[in-house]
Design a protein around this ligand. Structure first.
Ligand code: GLC
Length: 557
């Protein structure tokens, strides 16, 4: 059976959509989105073409890190809904051919978690060894701090415990000790629980930190942490064959490859392509795709049934940590020159449209790239309508504002008093009056309708998700051109990074007499010469996807 003709390896050509229940749609008028709200708006996602919904943490939380600080891994925060409502949502999603995954945040717990409360209270607590303790912090305690504006050390002294504990993130997020077999087992139980409830996998938070056992005193004697990841994947596959793990692994390419596991891909099913994302911004800033091309050349191929997760924006700061200082400065200068737009000296707390001056041509081109580049595209809610950020919100919350449904009060997100909203809406050009779902549904030229078209075409083209891609040579500096081939199908995609028209002549090897290149995103055709060369014109910031059609082909055009 051909894998492309089944949904067995569904992540390979999925469209993943990440949302925070809290900011999506509020049905009870308390100013906070809820699970019922996501259910009520599920058809927006189905219509867009989403095939996998990624729910950001919905677990009980003191909410000091937007829900990434959890007090019960088996719970649903009552402010967002109940287990019953979650199962309703999963059922509705399934009915529309959509799978649901959720954040798995098991590198740490909240310091309010009963396990930590018990652990800190006594050395005899059965949970004491679930965390990582030391009498003295190690000499490198200030190395590798994730939130340098808030934290000065990875180790915090706890009065009650009389010892220091390890926290890779905020001090209110003590790290679990995954070197402890009991913790490992508990994590499996958590996974088993949610799979049984209907989830199809997890976005795994902070994987390199989760696997890092350096803090454990007997670290040298421990088994390879990758064995643990392999065990986790095997466990998941035993419980639910179709489930996947999408990992947050922001490391250089050569190090990320290991997280896919060996040739068969027996660890993470997908890894986010953080490097490609950063190089994309550098290329956009330079109106020159050379750096993107370079990163694709360096990027290792994932195992056959694994995939890269590609993205333009996510819920965190747009991290530029893997660029050189000069490159990062270039991106800052182009897309976030004011200090208030930057974060931790390494990233931007902005969404894409304001960075690109709300130039619809450029936005459409950037998303066309996302859907045609090799990898599974992951969208962050609001990207489909080109939402902006709210710099008045604190830190990373700038990009976590409520979904903008209509031009009316609170963007149709909630009927609560505006002061009670979970997060403040942006004002000005990106306010709901200017950017909302309702208006864009009715406008054939809107970003929303462009996204729908891209998604439909992407889903129709196995070449893009399953095929082998080749970067195409040409002599236009501003154009990125690649082809993807799968069995007898070929799709060519061209993208112009500059505000000037461009022309490229591409040698399309394998073309024969009578071959035509048919546009998939607009009405157009280009002849492929007998020499196998196709000549293509591009508008300023233009993009085209073309399928090579040979007489008698089975493909839809
Ligand atoms: C991940 C999340 C981020 C969170 C952190 C701690 O990096 O993406 O939002 O703050 O983990 O859980």
């Amino acid at each position: 059976m051909r894998l492309t003709e089944t949904a067995d390896v569904w992540w390979k050509n999925a469209v993943v959509y990440c949302l925070d229940v809290e900011t999506f749609f509020d049905t009870d008028g308390d100013g906070r989105g809820d699970l019922r709200g996501v259910s009520q708006r599920i058809d927006h996602l189905a219509e867009l073409g989403v095939t996998c919904l990624w729910l950001m943490p919905f677990y009980p939380t003191p909410d000091r890190d937007d829900g990434y600080d959890i007090t019960d891994f088996y719970g649903v925060d009552p402010r967002l809904g109940s287990h019953g409502e979650l199962v309703e949502l999963i059922t509705l999603a399934q009915d529309r051919g959509m799978r649901v995954i959720a954040d798995l945040v098991v590198n740490h717990t909240s310091d309010q978690h009963p396990w930590f409360q018990s652990a800190r209270a006594s050395r005899q607590s059965p949970y004491r060894d679930w965390y990582v303790w030391r009498d003295e912090p190690p000499p490198d305690a200030d190395k590798g701090i994730v939130f340098p504006d808030q934290e000065k050390s990875l180790w915090e002294y706890d009065e009650q415990a009389g010892q220091y504990y390890l926290h890779r993130f905020y001090k209110h997020q003590p790290d679990l000790d995954i070197a402890n077999p009991e913790v490992r087992e508990e994590i499996q139980r958590v996974i088993g629980f949610w799979l049984q409830l209907g989830l199809s996998g997890f976005r795994v938070d902070a994987v390199p930190f989760l696997l890092d056992t350096a803090g454990a005193l007997d670290a040298a004697d421990l088994p390879d942490p990758h064995d643990y990841l392999r065990d986790l994947r095997a466990f998941m596959a035993r419980r639910h064959g179709g489930a996947m793990l999408l990992g947050e692994v922001n490391l250089p390419y050569k190090d990320v490859r290991r997280f896919f596991g060996d040739e068969d891909g027996d660890e993470l099913t997908m890894c986010f392509d953080f490097i490609g994302m950063q190089k994309l911004y550098l290329s956009l800033a330079r109106s020159d795709p050379a750096e993107l091309v370079k990163s694709l050349r360096e990027r290792p191929d994932p195992p056959e049934e694994a995939q890269w997760g590609t993205f333009v924006r996510n819920h965190d700061e747009l991290t530029l940590d893997k660029l050189t200082d000069e490159e990062r400065q270039e991106v800052f200068d182009a897309f976030g020159p004011e200090e208030s737009m930057q974060l931790y000296g390494r990233g931007l707390r902005r969404r894409l449209p304001p960075m690109l001056g709300n130039d619809l041509r450029r936005l459409k081109m950037a998303y066309s790239l996302l859907f045609s580049l090799p990898g599974t595209p992951v969208l962050f809610y609001g990207e489909e309508i080109g939402m902006g950020e709210n710099l008045a919100a604190e830190g990373r919350n700038a990009v976590r504002t409520p979904m903008q449904w209509t031009a009316t009060a609170n963007g149709g997100f909630s009927i609560a008093d505006p002061d009670r909203l979970a997060a403040p809406l942006p004002e000005g050009d990106y306010s709901p009056e200017h950017v909302n779902v309702a208006a864009q549904r009715r406008d054939p030229d809107s970003l929303l309708n462009w996204m729908k078209l891209l998604i439909q075409r992407y889903r129709e083209c196995p070449e893009l998700s399953w095929g082998r891609y080749t970067l195409l040579e040409h002599d236009s500096r501003s154009v990125f051109a690649h082809r993807s081939d799968y069995e007898d199908g070929t799709v060519i995609a061209v993208h112009n990074f500059a505000d000037e028209p461009a022309h490229v002549a591409l040698a399309v090897a394998g073309a024969g007499v009578g071959v035509q290149a048919v546009d998939l995103l607009s009405d157009g055709t280009a002849d492929v010469g007998e020499d196998g060369v196709v000549e293509l014109d591009l508008d300023p910031y233009g993009c085209r996807w073309l399928r090579l059609i040979r007489p008698g082909d089975r493909y839809i055009v």
